[in-house]
Design a protein around this ligand. Structure first.
Ligand code: F6P
Length: 358
């Protein structure tokens, strides 16, 4: 057996740990693993790949990014807007199939987010033996309770909230931290709760400035002259639109960004309090995976090879809340997992007196 592994979409901590787990589990079965370079394009002629032999796997568990490179643009981009999926032309799917045959690959593991996995589903429908592994710091895939990369991103964002606390307190300022997460507020609500933020703005709950200002003034009355606001990049004003960074490029999802600065300016204007904003940005995607992500990646990688062994193609490795499982790729894509409004985090945040801006 010879299998391939490809990483697609935005990178995140833990991709290399999955690569390692897949190649190690495969090697244990006596299989060869090829790492496809630069996303799915690496399968097309002239193919771009590297052998992932046992020796080449050293140091991968803790290494950030992906040694295979990744792509979220080009011929294989599947996402064109909020929830819009593009169908790949038959010729491209044929060329992919041909490329795999030329490399002698009997199966492919695709590690990616919603975009890469919806391509994987199209490949499966086309007859390509493929298994998906869910990756995204956004943690927004409906078919799995957790994606790897999320824990590392939250650790980074929590550290930022902690750091902002001390400087906000020293200067009696309002600090607004903008975190990633696209159309889901998971990173914001986890990091906000973990870091003790006072206001958390998530896409699931459109906010009102009156409410944010009331929270800040309430703190002032209680003698707390600083406030920490965590804003998801997809947070938006009631009746307002998402704030985007630059014009949308062809065949790419809109790039969110800028809400933190907008909110900070409005807070300063309405309260008269000195307010600063910070975009945490790609720091959330860089660096070593946390131990939680390393474990998840290892379990996910091993499960992917198990599914290949069983010939259960067209499935995505998942976590069902109790253990590592799998679901059909068709069920795994196109459905967003957002923060539920009437349970868990939202309820706990409210009961602690954290303002959610509504
Ligand atoms: O989906 C992961 C993510 O980091 C989002 O949280 C963010 O909106 C987006 O990717 C940023 O994409 P890019 O790396 O293209 O700027």
């Amino acid at each position: 057996m010879k299998i391939g592994i490809v990483t697609g979409g935005g990178d995140c901590p833990g991709l290399n740990a999955v690569i390692r787990a897949v190649a190690k589990t495969a090697a244990k079965r006596g299989w060869e693993t090829l790492g496809i370079i630069g996303g799915y394009e690496g399968l097309l002629e002239p193919q771009n790949f590297r052998a992932l032999d046992y020796k080449s796997l050293d140091g991968l568990l803790q290494r950030g990014g992906t040694i295979l490179g990744t792509a979220n643009r080009g011929q294989f981009s599947a996402k064109t807007g909020h929830g819009e999926t593009r169908r790949l032309p038959k010729e491209l799917l044929d060329a992919t199939q041909r490329g795999m045959a030329q490399l002698g690959l009997t199966a492919l593991v695709s590690v990616g987010g919603d975009g890469s996995l919806s391509i994987a589903q199209q490949m499966h429908e086309h007859g390509i033996p493929i298994i998906g592994v869910p990756k995204t710091i956004d943690n927004d895939l409906a078919a799995t309770t957790i994606t790897f990369g999320f824990d590392s991103a939250v650790a980074c964002a929590t550290d930022a909230v902690d750091r902002l606390h001390t400087t906000a307190e020293s200067h009696n300022r309002v600090m607004v931290l903008e975190v990633m997460g696209r159309y889901a507020g998971w990173i914001a609500i986890y990091a906000g709760v973990a870091g003790g933020a006072d206001v958390i703005l998530i896409p699931e709950i459109p906010f009102r400035y009156e409410s944010i200002v009331a929270a800040i003034q309430d703190r002032e009355k209680k003698g707390k002259h600083f406030t920490i606001v965590v804003a998801a990049e997809g947070a938006r004003l009631e009746g307002g639109d998402f704030v985007t960074a630059g014009a949308q490029q062809k065949n790419r999802e809109a790039r969110l960004g800028g809400i933190g600065a907008v909110v900070a300016a409005e807070i300063e204007q309405r309260t008269g309090k000195e307010t600063r904003s910070l975009v945490l940005g790609h720091l959330q995607r860089g660096g070593s995976p946390t131990f939680m992500d390393r474990v998840l990646c290892t379990l996910f990688g091993a499960k992917a090879v198990e599914l290949i062994t069983e010939g259960r193609f067209g499935r995505m490795v998942s976590h069902n809340g109790k253990f590592v499982d799998s679901v059909p790729l068709a069920e795994a894509t196109g459905k967003l997992r957002t923060v539920p409004l009437d349970e868990g985090f939202v309820r706990a945040a409210r009961s602690l007196g954290i303002s959610l801006g509504d």
